[in-house]
Design a protein around this ligand. Structure first.
Ligand code: MTE
Length: 321
């Protein structure tokens, strides 16, 4: 996922951080915060990475929808909660601690664009309006690792229905929060923040498209995209945008974060296909987190029955990447 070739105009993280803040951070790292503590300044305590935020906690654990079964074991919770891609908090997998700085309550969500019912409401209010259930889904990252997760949440089609798309609407655009004070990765100006993803409206209203509001029987943890995160398991993981603040229904194809960075590597559809290699590596097999060896990757990540019909009349070379 990491685009390794640093562009001439790209600057290292150290330089992207204002000097004073950088020095403070260094002093803190070098001195272990001892200087501040001696001066009587207490550091804010970070929540434990396993701790679920307090967003509509009464809804969990939600009743499992038995339609969505797995052919493999669930990934161990500790692994799924500590091996994450969330570039807002760093371009590596160990971001779970840093993500605890994100405040998810209150959390304003806007639904706008070509809709009959535009609205802005709090995520907790939105979640409480929706039929929450648990689904066991596979998740396949474009980097060829995978996991199996018990998400809780609601079908995305319920949100689209509530918005009421107008005639001519074709796409759903989803946008992540923007707050470089908390998410230091957003100070890296060579990335096209905020993180944006999009689906065609028929994809967004497919039964499988899901908004995860919980995981492992509790409200979803911050590092996995609290309080609202997309789960589209037939697509590579980068389509599953985290910590959404805006849903826009539009007639224009949204330009996603990774598409803007590397169009030839991360396309709009990004449907999982073991026979179409990524330009830099094979997609034939995957490493299941927490297990030894590799297993074959399945077409549409094993969800062909549910989704292949949406792409039947399309140029097949365009729907994988
Ligand atoms: N959403 C945002 N906002 N920022 C990100 O960096 N990474 C994506 C996706 N959603 C990402 C994101 C990628 S590449 C993957 S594989 C999944 O989140 C990882 O989800 P996980 O950390 O819950 O496993």
């Amino acid at each position: 996922m990491l685009i390794k070739s640093v562009r001439r105009w790209a600057i290292p993280e150290r330089e992207a951080t204002p000097e004073a803040l950088f020095m403070n951070r260094r002093q803190l790292l070098v001195g272990g915060g001892a200087g501040l503590l001696a001066a009587g300044v207490s550091l804010p305590a970070r929540a434990d990475v396993m701790e679920a935020p307090d967003v509509a906690p009464e809804l969990y654990p939600a009743k499992r929808n038995e339609l969505y079964k797995l052919d493999r074991d669930l990934t161990e919770k500790k692994i799924a909660l500590t091996y994450n891609n969330f570039y807002e908090f760093g371009s590596h997998k160990e971001i779970s601690k840093r993500a605890q700085d994100l405040e998810v309550k209150p959390w304003a969500v806007t639904i706008d664009g070509m809709v009959d019912n535009p609205m802005t409401l709090d995520a907790e209010e939105l979640i409480r309006k929706m039929p929450i259930e648990e689904r066991l889904y596979r998740h396949r990252c474009v980097e060829a690792w995978s996991m199996a997760v018990p998400w809780s949440g609601f079908a995305l089609k319920e949100l689209v229905k509530m918005a009421g798309p107008k005639a001519g609407a074709k796409y759903l655009r989803m946008e992540t929060f923007m707050n470089p004070d908390v998410a230091r990765g957003q100070r890296q100006r060579w990335y096209p923040w905020p993180y944006v993803e999009g689906l065609r409206l028929d994809e967004a209203t497919n039964d499988l498209a899901f908004i995860a509001t919980g995981v492992y029987g509790k409200p979803i943890v911050k590092q996995m995209g609290a309080p609202l995160r997309l789960a589209v398991p037939w697509k590579y993981g980068f389509k599953s945008v985290k910590s959404i603040v805006k849903f826009t229904i539009t007639d224009k194809p949204p330009k996603s974060f990774w598409e803007q960075l590397a169009r030839r590597e991360y396309g709009f559809y990004a449907n999982v296909n073991p026979e179409v290699d990524h330009p830099r590596w094979s997609q034939a097999t995957e490493r299941q987190l927490g297990k030894d060896g590799r297993v074959p990757t399945l077409l549409y990540n094993g969800y062909a029955e549910e989704v292949a019909g949406m792409y039947a009349n399309m140029d097949q070379s365009k729907i994988f990447y």
